[in-house]
Design a binder for this molecule. Structure first.
Ligand code: P6P
Length: 335
């Protein structure tokens, strides 16, 4: 059996030749994948090197930072500045835009959540990094957050790294979704999940059920029907998952289908929702839509939400297309 695996870099070069690209993606991705390999290394060393516990600081979200939150953020900022591709970056961990020194001709903007789900680190549950790439608009000031305030449909690339039982990088540049697994000994990501596609139907839903008392009627209707099982209106039994790590939930959905919901509720809508639009919802929506799934606030396609600020929060419902469309219909019925 001949050896056929290809590396992420070779895959991007093939895509570049196939699509007549400039080679920008290969260069853009090289710094990101290096940062993800370094974060993976730190995550996997865990308590051995004091990467558990708390950092004693809080971030712009007023969330207690973990040492790995700070370290992952520093790694992403440093490694992605080296290639000179990005005029500026925005991070979940930083209040303001991080202008990249010496990248006056940088044509791109990088947004990232360097370590999503970090409350799971001390209990050794999968965490991940999420990233999104935008073009720097003509004439825009990269030091201004306004340059970043583009709807999700403007993304040119989005992906995540999942630091789980294996470290994977999942990526879209607008031509489908492909997954790569890190071979630590070789130090390279190899293509293991070509053309990832989300089944249109599912029997698995993901929601933080402890928030049921805050849910809006359409969400309560949807979850009640799932829980009613085959005797209920859905005529089939459902399973439930909640990992409290969006990257792990989205990856499960890409592999076997499902619907993930962090919907608007009477408590989180005081802040517009729970999850962040620019560096969580938009990149994950790009990936999910490119894999044939749906991604909505319940009332609007997520990638069409007009951003008003860098750390804007939104309701998120994404996954198997037929389930997402059903829940959207329930929202319309309730209007
Ligand atoms: P809860 C992690 O903090 C995160 O941003 C997502 O990764 C995850 O889906 C969600 O929040 C978990 O929220 O309320 O269950 O802790």
């Amino acid at each position: 059996m001949p050896y056929t695996r290809i590396t992420l870099t070779h895959f991007l070069l093939q895509e570049q030749r196939r699509l007549g690209g400039s080679g920008a993606f290969t260069s853009l991705m090289n710094d990101i994948l290096t940062a993800c390999k370094m974060v993976s290394h730190e995550v996997n060393r865990g308590a051995l090197v004091g990467n558990h516990g708390v950092a004693g600081t809080t971030n712009v979200q007023d969330e207690e930072q973990k040492p790995l939150d700070v370290l992952a953020n520093d790694i992403f900022l440093h490694m992605n500045a080296l290639g000179g591709n990005y005029a500026a970056m925005a991070s979940e961990e930083l209040e303001d835009v991080h202008a990249v020194k010496g990248s006056a001709d940088g044509k791109y903007l990088l947004l990232f959540d360097p370590l999503d789900g970090s409350s799971n680190i001390d209990v050794n549950i999968s965490v991940g990094s999420i990233f999104s790439i935008l073009r720097l608009p003509e004439g825009a000031d990269p030091k201004s957050a306004n340059a970043f305030l583009q709807p999700g449909v403007q993304q040119i690339c989005a992906g995540y790294a999942l630091y789980g039982s294996s470290t994977m990088l999942v990526l879209t540049t607008g031509n489908g979704v492909n997954g790569f697994t890190l071979d630590r000994d070789v130090g390279m990501f190899f293509l293991t999940h070509p053309n990832m596609t989300i089944p249109a139907d599912t029997q698995e839903f993901a929601i933080n059920a402890s928030r049921a008392r805050f849910w809006e009627a359409p969400v309560k209707r949807y979850v009640d029907e799932c829980q009613a099982g085959k005797e209920g209106p859905r005529g089939k039994d459902f399973n439930m998952r909640w990992v409290a790590s969006m990257v792990a939930e989205v990856h499960r959905i890409l592999v076997r289908g499902g619907i993930f919901m962090y919907p608007a509720d009477s408590e989180n809508m005081k802040k517009g929702g729970k999850l962040r639009l620019m560096y969580e919802a938009n990149p994950m929506s790009f990936i999910v839509e490119q894999a044939g799934g749906g991604a909505t606030t319940g009332r609007q396609r997520l990638m069409e939400v007009p951003p008003t600020n860098l750390h804007q929060r939104v309701p998120v419902i994404l996954g198997s297309k037929n389930e997402v469309e059903r829940l959207e219909a329930y929202h319309r019925d309730a209007e």
